[in-house]
Design a protein around this ligand. Structure first.
Ligand SMILES: NC(=O)c1ccc[n+]([C@@H]2O[C@H](COP(=O)([O-])OP(=O)(O)OC[C@H]3O[C@@H](n4cnc5c(N)ncnc54)[C@H](OP(=O)(O)O)[C@@H]3O)[C@@H](O)[C@H]2O)c1
Length: 340
């Protein structure tokens, strides 16, 4: 016996990827339906060999459905997720709306799977920000061995992290640069993204950091350990899919780079590709469509007593969103719902 599953935001980047992953991982499904806004009513989306027709979220009744995977923005989530949860359907949400709510667990199954048990207060589980998800997968096994004191991270985030309009903007701007008269003005981003990098993701806070940077700090604390200090600089780069991160870690105890490499090789969800030669590391182009969080360039930071540097790359639409959401559903199924 399987689950009755609703994919909300099925016409978007994350929604489509959720359908791929539910199929690839053969999530036990008895019935599935797909929702988006009214303007997408009747739009067809693929689910394995099948084609599903999109219904209108606004008029949908969640009664009798087991799990709703939400991948719409925070505004639509605010309006519809509580309605879905009130019917008894468990909402697994990709937006940032519930991530910092003490009554909603924030879960990365490789890191804090036991947290799903807290779902019942609101019938909602939150998925972290894409940059946080891949980073905590890398940090957790190292923290368990040598206790992390402080993390300095710089991100190189792809445009698919900003939704389907951002993908179009990079594509059209890139073409437009070469064709006189067809230049495309910035619309999703505040400056040109083609052939450029933008040190600004989400809104600015009074502190001078951006909300994206703040999210990495707050979410790492909630998922792994509130004592870990994190400082982040989040940058948008002209890559379609795949987020990269340069991570500097300071530990309480000494951790040799060889031991760190072995720990990461054994850790769930991680693939270490780390040869000290030309091309012996992973770049975003190579991670697209993969489940893993890739770690390369593991090396001692000799400027502090107990420091390491590493390079972390993952498919942001997968580990950063759709895959993590499906893994949460799998964890919830195995530990709580027990139908599959
Ligand atoms: N992309 C990432 O790497 C990533 C990572 C983590 C979290 N997230 C979060 O996941 C969510 C979806 O992101 P995305 O990249 O998939 O965005 P997207 O490509 O722009 O897709 C948005 C989806 O939401 C639907 N939608 C928007 N407003 C709606 C409304 N009022 N009623 C019903 N449906 C509505 C859209 O339907 P229509 O096509 O009908 O407009 C579409 O299916 C966002 O909250 C985002 O922050 C994204």
């Amino acid at each position: 016996m399987g689950y009755k599953v609703v994919v909300v935001g099925a016409t978007g980047n994350v929604g489509r990827e959720m359908l791929n992953i539910l199929d690839e991982r053969q999530f036990p499904i008895d019935e599935i339906t797909v929702l988006a806004s009214r303007k997408s009513l009747g739009t067809e989306v693929s689910f394995g060999e099948k084609t599903l027709t999109t219904l209108d979220l606004d008029t949908f009744d969640f009664t009798g459905w087991d799990i709703a995977l939400f991948a719409v923005g925070s505004d639509a989530t605010k309006k519809y997720a509580p309605k879905a949860a009130a019917t008894g359907c468990v909402v697994i949400d990709n937006s940032s709306l519930y991530r910092y709510d003490p009554d909603v667990p924030l879960v990365v199954p490789e890191v804090n799977p036991e947290a799903v048990l807290g779902y019942s207060k609101k019938n909602i589980i939150a998925n972290p920000n894409c940059s946080t998800a891949q980073m905590v997968v890398a940090l957790k096994p190292l923290h368990d061995r040598a206790r992390i004191k402080r993390v300095v991270v710089s991100t190189y985030q792809s445009v698919s992290g900003s939704g389907k309009d951002a993908i179009d903007e990079l594509w059209n701007q890139t073409k437009g640069v070469y064709v006189p008269g067809q230049e495309v003005a910035p619309s999703v981003y505040p400056k040109q993204i083609a052939f450029n990098v933008i040190p600004h993701i989400d809104v600015f806070l009074d502190s001078g950091e951006t909300k994206e940077e703040w999210k990495m700090v707050a979410e790492t604390k909630k998922i792994i350990d509130p004592s870990i200090k994190v400082t982040a600089t989040c940058v948008r780069v002209p890559v379609f899919v795949g987020h990269s991160e340069s991570i500097n870690i300071e530990f309480e105890d000494f951790l040799d780079e060889e031991e760190a490499r072995e720990i990461l090789r054994e850790a769930p969800g991680i693939m270490v590709i780390d040869k000290r030669e030309d091309g012996g590391y992973v770049t975003p182009v190579e991670c697209v469509g993969d489940f893993a969080t890739f770690i390369s360039r593991i090396r001692q930071d000799s400027t502090i007593d107990n420091g390491l540097n590493l390079w972390c790359v993952s498919d942001n639409l997968r580990k950063g969103a759709a895959l993590n959401a499906v893994q949460i559903a799998e964890t919830l199924g195995a530990r709580v719902l027990k139908k599959g």
